[in-house]
Design a protein around this ligand. Structure first.
Ligand SMILES: [Zn+2]
Length: 297
């Protein structure tokens, strides 16, 4: 049972490096106080937290294993606790900007964390330094390189897509990008990828049809390409974006492109926290939180 509950790095799938996964990372059997969430036990739950102009995406496997991809600008620990989180198996910082890692040091202090992954691109900010100090202080946390590999999270899989070269020096365009799979259901988590990274991914054939897409870069004008959307063909798109944000996100051209691609487009500034339940047959159920004043206008 412990093995079934343990997170394990199972394969360096299509690894460009062709390296085997280090033995100590395979089938790690560390009991963690994760608890199955309430509700449909056969569903993968992905929660796009309403964290304003920022990103925080919680993934809960049917068996209770938990991954958190980004942690908002401010501490999301209360929201995570309300969602039943008592530990995090895999914590991912897609890139080092404050709207993705600002709340992450608090997350590390509030919960046991087993694996940490980032884009391996240091940043000069105090926010980044504080996060890395906290990661380094926690010797029990295992660092995972963001390279093509598959991480099992209970019955779900998290695929890490190829990373653009480090020398590019551009945080957004070196976001850790992930595809979460549970049977035929899948979700593409894109960080703040812009056109350059989206072209890199589509050019390598790394983008395949998915059920759900987290809109790259908060629905920015540079957060989509026609080729990327054609390849991903999402049925649902979720835009994580703040009310009346200073960037004008989401941009009209992105919303138009998303609306002509997906059946449903949700945005956290209008729909609040958005929960997607994914089922092995590819089905899904989306629920939004309280409507914000913006939606009622
Ligand atoms: Zn961002």
């Amino acid at each position: 049972m412990l093995l079934a509950r343990a997170i394990a790095v199972v394969a360096a799938a299509s690894s460009a490096m062709g390296q085997a996964v280090p033995a100590q990372l395979a089938a790690a059997e560390i009991p963690l106080a994760t608890a199955p969430f309430q509700g449909s036990a056969a569903a993968l739950r992905i929660t796009f937290l309403d964290v304003g102009q920022a990103d925080a995406v919680l993934i809960q496997a049917p068996e209770g294993q938990t991954a958190l991809v980004d942690a908002g600008r401010r501490s999301p620990t209360d929201a995570l606790q309300a969602l039943g989180v008592v530990g995090i198996d895999l914590l991912v910082a897609t890139h080092a900007h404050a709207d993705h890692i600002g709340g992450m040091a608090d997350v590390l202090r509030a919960f046991p964390v087993r694996y940490f992954m980032d884009n391996a691109m240091p940043h000069t900010t105090r926010t980044y330094q504080r996060l890395m100090e906290e990661v380094e202080r926690r010797s029990e946390i295992t660092y995972l390189n963001a390279e093509p590999r598959t991480v099992t999270l209970g019955a779900a899989l998290i695929e890490v897509l190829p990373m653009p070269p480090l020398r590019a020096g551009d945080q957004n365009n070196r976001s850790v990008t992930l595809v979460v799979r549970y049977g035929r259901f899948s979700a593409f988590l894109s960080g703040d990828s812009e056109v350059r990274q989206l072209n890199f991914l589509t050019g390598r054939g790394a983008v395949t049809p998915v059920t759900v897409l987290k809109a790259p870069h908060h629905g920015s004008h540079n957060g989509f390409t026609a080729a990327f959307l054609r390849a991903a063909r999402p049925e649902v798109i979720v835009i994580s974006v703040g009310r009346n944000n200073q960037y004008g996100h989401p941009r009209m051209q992105a919303v138009v492109a998303f609306s002509s691609t997906a059946r449903q487009v949700y945005r956290t500034d209008w729909n609040g926290t958005i929960t997607v339940l994914g089922f092995p047959d590819g089905g899904y159920r989306v629920t939004g939180g309280e409507p914000s004043p913006g939606e009622l206008r």
